[in-house]
Design a protein. Structure first.
Length: 175
């Protein structure tokens, strides 16, 4: 059995070690990491899963981003990374982390979530390709996926994904 809790500052390095174990060296060179530089993950959305013995088995993080075009700014959350310890893979823990965290997002009034990932895997959770939004290069556009937590949340949203600026961390940037 797994116990989900919000990630705390005490979990940070253990979660980072899990990401290092699960992903290739150089993961921090990916374009999605440039959107995270100097920005803390969303606290109540970033979760850790521990087994009954307290061993970290999985983790998921979310980051605030904006989609910006000439006329508008739209708040969104960038999901990722999500990781499951190799000894726990195949047990459905990754899916559990995704579903539970999306439920937390919905309850918190979040409208839209996006990620860069494998479309066939994430489609089972309701993610679909997001054609009108551009991630920083060199991101494959086929891997930019969206999930709507509110009806029409992605309707009309287009532009470039940018990091949340310090001024937007204290006020809403959605028109």
């Amino acid at each position: 059995m797994y116990h989900l809790t919000e990630e705390t500052k005490d979990d940070w390095w253990e979660v980072e070690a899990l990401y290092d174990l699960c992903f290739t060296p150089g993961r921090e060179a990916l374009s999605s990491y440039r959107l995270r530089d100097g920005i803390p993950p969303v606290p109540h959305m970033s979760l850790v899963a521990r087994d009954d013995g307290g061993i970290l088995s999985g983790a998921i993080r979310y980051w605030p981003v904006m989609v910006v075009d000439d006329d508008a700014r739209y708040d969104a959350l960038l999901l990722g990374p999500v990781a499951v310890h190799p000894t726990r893979q195949g047990e459905g823990l990754g899916g559990f982390l995704i579903r539970e965290s999306l439920s937390v997002a919905r309850e918190g009034g979040v409208a839209r979530v996006m990620l860069v990932g494998d479309a066939p895997y994430y489609a089972r959770f309701g993610f679909s390709r997001l054609d009108s939004v551009e991630m920083p290069p060199p991101t494959n556009p086929d891997r930019v996926l969206a999930y709507r937590l509110q009806d029409g949340a992605w309707s009309g949203v287009q532009g470039r994904v940018t990091p949340v600026t310090p001024s937007c961390q204290t006020r809403a940037c959605t028109p």
